[in-house]
Design a binder for this molecule. Structure first.
Ligand code: AHR
Length: 502
């Protein structure tokens, strides 16, 4: 049995709510037919699906990155504001975009959700000037033609967009307008300069990865302009094949789950930038999105080859406890690294691999939605120092055939700022065994409650008229030192230890 010890006096850090952020892209049914559906009886007067917005508010989406993704690298924002909207051909995803959802609609949506906007700019075919014009449009009170344009479009007050990122994955061969590292450093510097000349209060990130060469060019050239560095990860890279890792293979992905954070942290520290630049893990998901024959040299010619396969992302039966358990493990890792990771964006929030699925008559909340619900609404906001004794391990075989040993249980200990109540997130990765933890610390005069996301099997999923995965509550009574708590197989749990009311 694993024993959890805590040092309640030693705080690892107060985690930003932005670790539970999300991403939405003009891809397939994320925007159109997803959150934005003016023709739907379920939409409000502005065309937003009321049920989707409500689900987003329930998980208190703190920040929403938009509009891409790969989409942004040939997107021109000026074509999607004002009365006249011309449809355009999106060369990244090879579909027509009606341009009816642009900056003003996005800001309106963020206000309805109550989240911070986070705009990613076009650094593929775009210029420093186009990026800084966007900042003018959003953030200047009234000076200049772009602020005046916004006012003429009916938005008297500035949109006040604080978070901006220059580019998306511009290092990748798949990205439109991809750049070599040296060119990237120069473009980011000039763009950052112009954007911050428009509004010095903005916080800026730029596309990066774990590659030292790329990051050195970027940080040496423009470290002084950056507040963030963006990295992405999709562990199960199935964008060409859609061959989902099974449960055991998914658990193998939890081996060194935070390697990208460690690598980027190491470089920031070596460059003495770790106090000034935080990591924005601004796209992450267990599974890569399925879009074959579009990001490769082989381009699909027919829609059967490159477009229609995208519907397969929305097979709800595929979002199981594997996804839920993995998502919780990565959220634990983000929390543990909250001193250096200040933002993370689950990619995407709606449809594709998202946690909310839409259909004409309603929505489905997939297994991952309940993990966000659990972490956002039941866990504390301060991460405490903890350590484990007698931690069990699992032997797993990865998709590549490697034999790996991973911890069976993933434990995170939190409290709430200004309170002594505790909340532990404990993930049991074991596919078939109940495991237990012993709470080897003291907490006087407190009650214990557990909130669990599981399902009857590792394959449990939610779909239309089929709800297997949700949060269940269990009363565990008075706290006793060394009390043993049992965790169902393949489950994600939050154990709350709260003082009795006086
Ligand atoms: O597969 C989806 C794409 O993944 C996003 O557009 C991009 O940013 C990432 O590579």
């Amino acid at each position: 049995m694993l024993k959890v010890h805590i040092n309640a006096m030693r705080e690892i850090g107060a985690r930003s709510p932005m670790l539970y952020g999300h991403f939405i892209e003009h891809f397939h049914r994320q925007i159109y037919g997803g959150v934005y559906d003016p023709g739907s009886p379920l939409s409000d007067e502005d065309g937003f699906r009321v049920d989707v917005l409500e689900a987003m508010r329930k998980i208190k989406v703190p920040v929403l990155r938009w509009p891409g993704g790969c989409f942004v690298s040939s997107y021109h924002w000026k074509d999607a504001v004002g009365k006249v909207r011309q449809p355009f051909f999106d060369k990244a995803w090879r579909v027509e975009d009606p341009n009816t959802f642009g900056t003003d609609e996005y800001i309106k949506m963020c206000r309805k959700i109550g989240c911070e906007p986070y705009i990613c700019t076009n650094a593929g075919t775009g210029t420093a000037e186009e990026m800084s014009d966007w900042t003018e449009y959003c953030n200047l009170e009234q000076e200049g033609k772009y602020a005046k344009w916004r006012i003429a479009n009916g938005y008297e007050q500035p949109h006040r967009v604080k978070y901006w990122s220059i580019g998306n994955e511009n290092y990748g061969f798949w990205e439109i307008g991809a750049k070599p590292a040296q060119e990237w450093g120069r473009l980011v510097k000039e763009s950052a300069k112009m954007m911050k000349h428009v509004d010095p209060t903005i916080e800026l990130s730029a596309a990066a990865l774990t590659d030292i060469h790329w990051n050195l060019e970027l940080l040496e050239n423009c470290g002084e302009f950056l507040d963030w560095i963006s990295i992405h990860e999709y562990w199960d890279g199935i964008n060409q094949t859609n061959d989902y890792a099974n449960y055991e293979q998914t658990m193998a992905y939890t081996y060194r789950i935070g390697h990208s954070i460690d690598e980027v942290r190491g470089l920031l520290t070596a460059m003495k930038l770790e106090k000034n630049i935080k990591i924005a893990f601004d796209e992450w998901n267990l599974r890569g999105w399925y879009h074959p024959n579009v990001h490769t040299i082989k381009q699909g010619v027919t829609k059967e080859e490159y477009l229609y396969p995208r519907d397969k992302n929305d097979d709800n039966t595929k979002y199981t406890m594997a996804d839920a358990v993995f998502t919780a493990c990565f959220l634990n890792e983000l929390n543990r690294n909250c001193d250096i990771v200040g933002m993370a964006n689950f990619a995407p929030i709606v449809n594709t691999r998202g946690c909310i699925y839409t259909y004409p008559e309603g929505i489905v909340l997939r297994s991952t939605y309940y993990i966000f619900d659990l972490y956002v609404n039941y866990l504390g906001d301060v991460v405490l120092d903890s350590w484990e004794e007698d931690a069990p391990t699992l032997n797993v075989t990865s998709k590549k055939g490697e034999e790996l040993k991973v911890n069976t249980l993933d434990v995170l200990v939190t409290k709430w700022a200004g309170r002594s109540d505790l909340a532990l997130a404990v993930v049991n990765k074991d596919s078939s065994k109940t495991c237990s933890v012993s709470l080897s610390f003291s907490a006087s005069d407190s009650q214990v409650k557990m909130y669990t996301v599981s399902g009857s099997s590792i394959e449990s999923y939610n779909d239309i008229g089929h709800e297997e995965v949700k949060i269940e509550e269990t009363e565990l009574g008075d706290f006793r030192e060394n009390m043993e708590i049992f965790l169902k197989p393949h489950s994600v749990n939050v154990i709350q230890i709260k003082k009795n009311a006086i």
